[in-house]
Design a protein. Structure first.
Length: 69
């Protein structure tokens, strides 16, 4: 997943960020209401969100060349 994120455009990163945040919200809700199948999924989703936000910030700062598709 890590290498795949670096190949995505900014628009794709935005969509993936929204989807990941929704998944995280659902997983947190599941953990409160019932038993969770994969307890590590919350941690993985948080890391994915952080990676996406880091790559987006690098695009904004000009550290990483922009990939508009």
């Amino acid at each position: 997943m890590k290498g795949k994120l670096e190949e995505l455009s900014v628009k794709d990163l935005d969509k993936l960020l929204v989807d990941s945040k929704q998944d995280l919200r659902k997983e947190r809700f599941k953990s409160v209401t019932s038993k969770v199948d994969n307890p590590k999924k919350v941690k993985e989703l948080k890391k994915t969100i952080a990676r996406i936000m880091t790559i987006k910030n690098e695009y904004e700062l000009g550290i990483r060349p922009s990939r508009e598709q």
